[in-house]
Design a protein around this ligand. Structure first.
Ligand SMILES: [Zn+2]
Length: 478
């Protein structure tokens, strides 16, 4: 009797499940007659049919006229350009994932590297995010994460693991690894002896080390110790300065006696950056770049963060651009308008990392496109596209930049079947209305997105933008 009552309900559930998966994942999806952008060579292969089945690219063949059928959904790609899904290699999205993720996907960002969360239950949330985004229960990017930052004497962020005793390194590395960290992130105030101990222990435990090259550590040494990525151009801006020893002396002093009350603490910090900018030396810079190239240390410049965070004019420009502001939830929008009226800062400290980036890009240092989403004046998804444009304006080629958001992160983070449009690769794709190899501004012309084989039309992307805009802080369940 009970079974008879339950059975129809189960059948109903199976029906609902199939209806859902058919809607988003017909057995096969064909993006037909499209220009495929090969990000490895920079060539465009025209008139291609890209067939997707489940989560994978099944084939890439010459175009043949086909009809819609129950088995295959055909998307007309004629006149459009297909690129691999984009990575934002520097985000902080665990807490605000409910509005970050829809905006990321809506702008073609299908993978991210998260570089710290201050959530107490950080690793539990990271596991949940990975599970939900991979199964498709939540439309969000592929997600890799370190969990918590390792820092030294004066940690800046809540949730940081502060280490001042080399004897504590082994325990910290094991603990992060055992909880599921994909890599470690080191931070600015780690002392050289602790840094060396972390690198040695990470090597033993076979876990990569990304992050800030600590202020007290020589970037050439950091490269030779096998750090994987260096964030925000910090390594080079330290290494290029002839005055670095004097700057370090001052830092040690501040660490001992305190940086002062805000805003004095910030002014003190800015003055040090100014001193480094004024004493930059090209020959020294080239030596640091030599070390990056020799040891394959990869840079994540995050130029957009340095620009929008440090340059008050950019903040005013951004907050008066309705096409950008209309993407944001109301509460975030209000914060931005309030904060955009901070006093203007000194332009030379923004120019410095930009100039160093130009030198490094010319010498072909491997780079990753990243933003630092989670900070003020950065819009999930949208800012990554702005970063890509900024990188080309600063001397990188269109191909270098396209690689920095596709094949480079896939390779650096160890994904064999990601970052190219090739049979057997994961079907994370972006369909653009124009060719980004002609002009990087075309990267903003996102027509539709495929995430893990699921096709999201321009209408679906619009709905995702609305979802982000309607997000309210109290709906955040963290
Ligand atoms: Zn960051």
């Amino acid at each position: 009797m009970k079974l008879i009552k339950v059975l129809p309900f189960c059948i109903f559930l199976i029906f609902i499940k199939n209806a859902y998966s058919n809607e988003f994942n017909s057995n096969q999806l064909v993006i037909s007659n499209v220009n495929v952008v090969d990000v490895e060579t920079g060539k465009v292969i025209s008139n291609q049919d890209v067939t997707i089945s489940d989560k994978l690219i099944k084939s890439v063949n010459k175009y043949e006229k086909k009809k819609q059928s129950k088995e295959s959904k055909i998307i007309d790609g004629s006149g459009k350009y297909l690129i691999p899904g984009l990575w934002d290699a520097h985000v902080h999205s665990v807490t605000n994932r409910d509005w970050h993720f829809p905006l990321m996907i809506a702008h073609g960002i299908t993978s991210v590297r998260n570089l710290h969360t201050s959530e107490k239950e950080g690793f539990k949330l990271i596991k949940q995010i990975k599970k939900e985004t991979e199964s498709g229960a939540v439309i969000g990017p592929r997600f890799i994460a370190n969990g918590y930052i390792i820092d030294g004497v004066s940690p800046m962020w809540p949730g940081t693991i502060a280490i001042t005793d080399p004897g504590k390194v082994k325990e910290a590395v094991s603990s992060l690894k055992n909880q599921g960290a994909d890599f470690l992130k080191v931070y600015s105030s780690i002392q050289p002896d602790i840094f060396r101990a972390i690198m040695a222990e990470a090597h033993l435990q076979n876990i990569p080390v990304d992050g800030h090259i600590p202020m007290m550590v020589d970037p050439i040494e950091a490269a030779s110790f096998g750090m994987r990525t260096s964030e925000h151009m910090i390594g080079m801006t330290i290494g290029c300065s002839k005055d670095i020893d004097k700057v370090r002396e001052k830092i040690q002093n501040y660490e001992k006696n305190g940086w002062g009350e805000f805003p004095q603490s910030f002014i003190n910090f800015i003055k040090l950056r100014q001193q480094m900018a004024r004493t930059a030396d090209k020959e020294r810079c080239n030596k640091v770049i030599d070390a990056y190239l020799e040891h394959q240390l990869v840079m994540t410049p995050t130029l957009i963060n340095q620009l929008t965070w440090l340059d008050n004019n950019e903040q005013v420009k951004l907050t008066s651009d309705e096409s950008v502001m209309s993407l944001l939830p109301e509460s975030v929008r209000k914060d931005w308008v309030l904060m955009a009226n901070r006093p203007p800062l000194i332009k030379e400290i923004v120019d410095y990392p930009f100039n160093v980036f130009e030198l490094a890009a010319k010498r072909n240092v491997k780079m990753l496109a990243g933003t630092d989403i989670g900070n003020l004046f950065l819009v999930p998804g949208y800012s990554l596209l702005s970063e890509m444009i900024l990188m080309t304006e600063q001397g990188a080629t269109n191909l270098q930049v396209l690689q920095s958001a596709t094949i480079n992160p896939a390779e650096v983070f160890g994904f064999d079947s990601l970052g190219l449009i090739k049979a057997g690769y994961f079907a994370d794709l972006v369909l653009l209305d124009a060719n980004p190899l002609d002009d990087m501004n075309n990267i903003k012309q996102v027509n539709s997105v495929v995430r893990n084989g699921r096709y999201l039309s321009s209408k679906d992307l619009y709905a995702l933008k609305l979802k982000a805009k309607n997000w309210k802080p109290e709906s955040n369940q963290d």
